[in-house]
Design a protein around this ligand. Structure first.
Ligand code: HEC
Ligand code: HEC
Length: 438
């Protein structure tokens, strides 16, 4: 069991109460359950409290929860991933609406850096307000049914540090659902490589690729994020602290997060790096607890194989399963026998595919080009089924329904999209129902 992190002792954050609650509950659990399991549960409850913690600006007397910003997007992980779910883009019809966790990535603007930070601590200037405008288009199925698609143009209002550089490209992102990450993390890297090799050898139009990322001097298989640019949860979560919350971690030790040398006021602001926390704002123990919490968060959907057999066949025959690979087997993890060697049903091959220019951006990440995206795991959509028509699917949340999401598929997925379009209406409904049952 990890030792209790000093960051959870006497502090001034609103989540403190819930952390105490968790610890009390976990202590009770300790008395009742076998030691290993209880240790897990205690750490995970602390991890959850840290995932929900509202970080504050430095300096504070205890230093336990400070170091926010100076520029940031949100004060906690949970603000953007409420209950581990995904986010949504701003609604242009609602004045001032910011969406949930909607962020605009940049290809290293000399002033603004890698992301627009829409919030700032007292005395600092925000970088801007990410918004979106839509142009609607009507798509007609061969049988006459129509669907409206909305083409997004991301915009940043109220730029605080002058115009973006000419060469700067923008790419809007909504937060993905984070349930089931631990199981995706436990798919052996060699199995993902083998899937890519199998697709390449098949010689068909669908040929997914691994996004190889070099982290800590090691070439690894990227698996998290919309472009699979993070090989581990540690890497993904550390980047979130830097870009989204503005806090330093072992992987991103700058206390000013994404502030560039041109943003001198931000670079000179007080920070929360502290000797008692490895000289950082977020020490490795805190990252470890949050990773651990996410690693054990079960998927929202069923852990069993889909029961709708006709739907499974239709999903495969239409060509969806070529990328949305239904199942994987997790590897051996001695620390978690329950999660080892088990079949899981995320409906993703974990590979990058070129989905065509309509979904593309001008922001390559690692080996992912602008129009490459990681096949999104579809498990957990069952939780959202009742809201189909008002969802925020795809990397920028442009698709309001599963049907819209499918119609945006192009490139390697053009064949599957075309087959979907020519299915009889009842079959289309059945396929959508299948996806919304995952
Ligand atoms: C400002 C909103 C915001 C905050 C705050 C935020 N995230 Fe995210 N998160 C995102 C977005 C947007 C993405 C997708 C980024 C991408 O791939 O382009 C993401 C992606 C992720 C993923 C990858 C999920 C997947 O399907 O691969 C994980 C895990 C994650 N975040 C965890 C965290 C943790 C842990 C924190 C707190 C330390 C955090 N996030 C804070 C917006 C946020
Ligand atoms: C060539 C690979 C490929 C094929 C074939 C394919 N998809 Fe996808 N799918 C993707 C990728 C990649 C994304 C992520 C695109 C993005 O976010 O811009 C995606 C995203 C989705 C999403 C959005 C999920 C979310 O949470 O945002 C749905 C729904 C979906 N696909 C369903 C289908 C269905 C149904 C079919 C068959 C008609 C299909 N896909 C065929 C690769 C594929």
């Amino acid at each position: 069991m990890q030792t209790l992190d000093p960051r959870l002792r006497g502090d001034d954050v609103p989540n403190w109460k819930s952390a105490v609650h968790s610890i009390a509950f976990a202590a009770l659990f300790l008395l009742l359950a076998p030691a290993a399991q209880a240790a897990d549960s205690l750490d995970n409850r602390i991890g959850e409290a840290l995932f929900r913690r509202m970080w504050v600006a430095a300096p504070t007397a205890t230093q336990a929860a400070d170091g926010l910003g100076p520029l940031y997007n949100a004060r906690s992980c949970a603000t953007c991933h409420p209950r581990g779910g995904g986010g949504r883009p701003p609604d242009p019809a609602v004045e001032g609406d910011q969406g949930v966790g909607y962020a605009i990535k940049l290809n290293d603007d000399p002033v603004y850096g890698r992301q627009i930070q829409s919030n700032a601590i007292l005395g600092q200037v925000i970088e801007g307000r990410p918004r979106v405008t839509y142009r609607e288009e009507t798509v007609r199925f061969p049988d006459g049914e129509t669907v409206r698609l909305r083409h997004p143009t991301p915009v940043v209002e109220d730029l605080g540090y002058g115009p973006l550089a000419q060469a700067t490209a923008m790419s809007a992102r909504v937060p993905p659902r984070v349930h089931g990450m631990g199981l995706l993390d436990r798919i052996p890297a060699e199995a993902i490589e083998a899937e890519a090799a199998r697709q390449a050898a098949s010689g068909g139009p669908v040929a997914g690729r691994v996004n190889h990322v070099t982290v800590d001097g090691k070439r690894q298989v990227g698996r998290f994020g919309w472009k699979a640019m993070h090989p581990t949860l540690d890497h993904q979560d550390s980047e979130a602290f830097s870009l989204d919350i503005g806090m330093s971690t072992p992987a991103y030790p700058e206390p000013w997060g994404d502030c560039t040398p041109a943003q001198t006021a931000c670079r000179n602001a007080p920070h929360g790096d502290s000797k008692q926390f490895e000289g950082l704002e977020i020490p490795s123990t805190v990252i470890g607890l949050i990773d651990g919490y996410l690693r054990d968060l079960p998927p929202d959907g069923s852990l069993e194989a889909p029961k709708d057999k006709a739907g499974t066949t239709l999903f495969a025959d239409t060509g969806c399963a070529a990328c949305h690979r239904p199942s994987w087997r997790t590897g051996e993890d001695p620390a978690h026998p329950a999660l080892s060697n088990r079949d899981i049903f995320p409906h993703s091959d974990m590979l990058l595919h070129d989905l065509g220019p309509a979904l593309g951006d001008a922001l390559p990440m690692g080996e992912a080009r602008g129009s490459d995206w990681r096949t999104t795991p579809l498990w957990g959509l069952n939780r959202l089924a009742a809201r189909d028509g008002q969802l925020s699917l795809l990397h920028d949340g442009r698709a309001r329904s599963v049907t819209e999401a499918i119609l945006w598929h192009g490139g390697e997925a053009a064949g599957a999209k075309d087959r979907f379009m020519t299915l009889p209406a009842a079959e289309r409904k059945r396929l959508v129902r299948y996806v919304l049952g995952l």
